[in-house]
Design a protein around this ligand. Structure first.
Ligand code: ARG
Ligand code: ZN
Length: 860
């Protein structure tokens, strides 16, 4: 008889509530690096009396069961089955009344290289349980809809012992924690290490004092202040913007060096990748500071959107992630510049999510099946999940949004909720039918939206009719897509540059739909999709002069930037195909950067050319096979032309945007640095690298030093600077990560793979560390023309490292494999090479479920 293997594909439609209620979890840890003991006491009750259901607990194959009792008695071994990743106690062995299951298990954190469950990082114990790491700690119903209070004892000789909730007991070599808020296992956390804290406190709106600690390794304490300030700003912001208060006596943040993702919102004990906590002007860039503030906010905001209200099952992941990303974007907009934040978010969305949506890995924000949930922590779930909420807010207005959110917190506090629950809240709060809107959650793919203008004049004035047509290309498993609700923000600008109609939200619900504006004087210029009011690809018949007009006159900063971007992309698309282009862009950009009254951040954004990847994506949207070498060349040529044409202007900007005085990561000085760096990287193409050389030697902050280093590497003269950085920061892991990533990323395409191979040989290429691995392998993949080298050398290098990482850390290997997701859009030679690389990965014996799922979706 063949053993029945665990079901491989999980389906949303198969959801069933857990047949038992778990009323309390007690855990007791005795931490030993290679033999940690975990005792668990779980208090269960049957969900329905008279039910006869087996008790199925999840537990990784490596979890060693030492003992098991039910109500204090050992069950008959015939009633206990250990199979794959579960432990099943037969219904016959269970009373039809509340009962306790007591287990003791042994695990080996030191041997755990997956950084999931309980593992060790630099001598300290720490955990990562989302999504299904808890089952590698002990046997448990490891699913988000099973929620209970946790009481946790920790025994260890490490000096700091932390878990969720409030500290309720402390003795030598031991602490005890109690978390009164029922939570699922994925929010459990434990940390034990030799740590020091930066401490502060926060008094909530209702006057409760909360102790705040940021725990770091000794020696790192002078780089944790910004994280603490960011936490305090986050707590205050969530009270003001959403009326949400913190709910425990203490909030702990811990920085760890080995971490698969950015950070984790464990209740009262957030664990962070150290690169999202530690910052000093000498070691971190403006971008790092901004990300730290954003992610500290993100994890903190999860306390309400994720923890107090969690997800019923993992298909609902975007319920917490989309909303929390949306909230952290609002937070950053409020702390910094809203238009700049919007432009940057749209850039990320297009670079990561549109790319995902257009390829073999496309899936809806709420998928209905998966094999490995860790493969669904994607740009679609996070970033598109946030966009969908932005649309909802745009459609109903700010006040209704706030009312709906109040209702959501009120109605679902303590629940494990679904996307249906979320949409019902909006329906009930506004009276709107959201049936059609729901397609944004259930359908994959980016809608293509076309706009056609029609102008007619009578004696009563002019009428402008805008006809929009929408169409969403097929995605895996979803050939046909119904029309979606699309909020289209439109404004009209008169020929003299004055706005004749301020922003209106057109609500499109049909496949094709017209909107008319009557009584107009002269034919206006249409500013469409302001603020990127919907995540769609807009096409319209528009010439360069009109784009330049919008770039000069549109009062909506996003739309202005977009007009400039479109000019640049049109130029690059033409140039990469050997056609003339770029004159209008070069001219328009000259006017824009000469305007000293304009916001430096905005000017910097306009000066940065679209990347190779973005150009490739555009070409492929237009049905053209992108040629990475031609794209690279086109971009180089256009940048050089801008530099030559505007040499004096750029030099003036470079000199005048120097920021004096002590370093501050605030929006204003960062913007000046960004503009200065944008000017530098253009001037670098014609000054032989002279300015970069001087800047590298004189700059006192990492923002400018990294920019200078990048320029020097581009000029083929980075060696001295790299050596200086190595000597100065060889023992600083975060700086060395930058050192490893900038080289393959900025190297000319023809030498980048060789550079990466050489770096991979170094003894300080500690590849099992996710940051270091991503720095080098991800760095090479981000060099578009190098990764897509025609000879397949880029594909082979990355594939080798995916295969090497897979048995050690499947999550990281699987995640890296998505760099291949665009392979179908290239020419036959490249496609063939990419396919060979992917098939080689697929053929590995014992390949992880994570990587297997990714690769098979990509070659399906
Ligand atoms: N919930 C975390 C966050 O977005 C991400 C954790 C993801 N972890 C994972 N293993 N997939 O803040
Ligand atoms: Zn999150």
């Amino acid at each position: 008889m063949a053993q029945e293997k665990r079901q491989i594909v999980q389906y949303l439609a198969d959801y069933r509530p857990y047949p038992f209620i778990l009323s309390e979890t007690r855990l007791d840890f005795t931490l030993v690096p290679d033999a940690t003991r975990v005792k668990a006491i779980l208090s269960f009750a049957p969900r329905d009396s008279g039910q006869s259901q087996d008790l199925v607990l999840d537990g990784g194959e490596e979890v060693k069961l030492i003992s098991l009792t039910i109500d204090g008695h050992e069950p008959d071994p015939a009633h206990v089955t250990r199979q794959d990743e579960t432990l099943t106690i037969a219904a016959t062995a269970l009373p039809d009344a509340p009962f306790t299951v007591e287990t003791e298990v042994e695990i080996n954190p030191m041997a755990n290289t997956t950084f999931e469950g309980l593992y060790m990082s630099g001598g300290m114990f720490c955990t990562q349980c989302e999504a299904q790491g808890f089952r590698h700690i002990t046997f448990y119903p490891d699913r988000p809809d099973v929620m209970t209070t946790f009481r946790v004892g920790i025994h260890s000789d490490q000096n700091v012992l932390l878990s969720n909730g409030n500290l309720i007991g402390q003795k030598e070599c031991g602490t005890e924690w109690y978390d009164p808020w029922p939570k699922p296992s994925y929010l459990f956390a434990l940390v034990a290490g030799n740590l020091v804290a930066i401490s502060d406190s926060f008094t909530t709106l209702s006057g409760r004092k909360v102790d705040l600690n940021v725990w770091v390794r000794p020696g790192d304490e002078d780089r944790a202040d910004f994280a603490m300030e960011s936490l305090i700003r986050s707590m205050k912001w969530d009270e003001e913007a959403y009326g949400r208060e913190y709910d425990l006596e203490v909030f702990n943040i811990v920085a760890v060096d080995d971490f698969n993702m950015g950070a984790m919102e464990n209740k009262g004990l957030n664990i962070f990748n150290s690169k999202l906590v530690l910052a000093s002007p000498e070691t971190a860039t403006d971008g790092d500071y901004e990300r730290i503030e954003g992610v500290i906010g993100h994890e903190y905001f999860h306390n309400w959107t994720g923890n107090r209200i969690t997800c019923r099952d993992w298909f609902q992941l975007c319920l917490k992630e989309g909303l929390t990303v949306f909230r952290d974007q609002q937070f950053t907009s409020d702390m910094r510049s809203a238009p700049v934040k919007r432009i940057m978010d749209v850039q990320t969305l297009r670079a990561r999510q549109f790319r995902e949506d257009a390829g073999p890995l496309a899936h809806p924000p709420r998928p209905d099946h998966y094999e490995e949930i860790n493969n669904f922590y994607t740009a679609t779930v996070y970033e598109k999940g946030a966009e969908v909420i932005g649309m909802l807010k745009r459609l109903i207005g700010d006040d209704s949004y706030r009312q709906a959110l109040d209702l959501y917190f009120d109605r679902h506090d303590g629940d494990a909720a679904t996307i249906e629950d979320w949409l019902n809240v909006f329906q009930d709060a506004t009276g709107r039918d959201l049936t059609q809107f729901k397609h944004w959650y259930t359908d994959a793919g980016t809608p293509h939206l076309n706009m056609v203008e029609e102008w007619s004049e009578t004696t009563a004035g002019g009428t402008l009719t805008l006809t929009f047509t929408q169409n969403t290309p097929p995605t895996p498993g979803q050939p046909d897509k119904p029309a979606r609700v699309i909020p289209i923000a439109v404004g009209l600008i008169g020929p003299n540059g004055d706005e004749v109609l301020p922003t209106q939200i057109l609500e499109m619900t049909q496949a094709s739909q017209g909107f008319s504006f009557e009584g107009l004087g002269a034919r206006p210029v249409v500013s469409a999709l302001r603020d990127f009011s919907a995540p769609v690809i807009l096409t319209r018949n528009i010439d360069d002069d009109t784009r330049a007009f919008l770039l000069a006159n549109d009062p909506n900063p996003f739309a202005r930037w977009e007009a400039g971007r479109e000019l640049a992309i049109a130029a690059l698309v033409a140039l990469s195909q050997g056609q003339p282009g770029g004159d209008s862009y070069v001219k328009a950009i000259g006017q824009l950067i000469a305007d000293d009254d304009a916001d430096p951040a905005f000017r910097a954004l306009c000066l940065n050319l679209p990347g190779d990847e973005e150009i490739a994506t555009r070409l492929s949207t237009l049905g053209i096979e992108p040629d990475p070498d031609a794209i690279y060349q086109a971009r180089q040529d256009l940048a050089r032309r801008i530099a030559e044409t505007h040499q004096d202007l750029l030099a003036r900007i470079y000199d005048s945007m120097q920021v004096s005085g002590a370093y501050s990561p605030d929006a204003e000085p960062s913007a000046k640095r960004a503009l200065r760096i944008a000017a530098l990287s253009l001037l670098n193409r014609i000054d032989g690298g002279e300015r970069a050389e001087i800047l590298f030697g004189t700059a006192t902050n990492m923002t400018e030093r990294m920019a200078a280093l990048t320029c020097l590497i581009r000029r083929g003269r980075g060696q001295t600077a790299l050596q200086i950085l190595l000597e100065q920061f060889g023992d600083n892991r975060l700086v060395m990560d930058k050192w490893f990533s900038v080289q393959p990323m900025a190297a000319p395409p023809e030498s980048a793979v060789a550079t990466a191979r050489e770096l991979a040989q170094r003894s300080d290429f500690d590849w099992k560390n996710p940051n270091r691995y991503r720095a080098l392998i991800g760095g090479l993949s981000a060099n578009h023309a190098a990764f897509h080298a025609r000879d397949g050398s880029g594909y082979n290098f990355v594939a080798e490292w995916i295969m090497k990482m897979d048995p050690v850390n499947p999550q990281i290997a699987a995640r890296m494999s998505s760099v291949f997701e665009t392979w179908p859009r290239y020419d036959t030679v490249r496609r063939a090479k990419a396919l060979v690389a992917l098939e080689q990965i697929a053929a590995v014996a014992g390949l992880s479920r994570n990587t297997r799922e990714m690769v098979s979706r990509m070659i399906a």
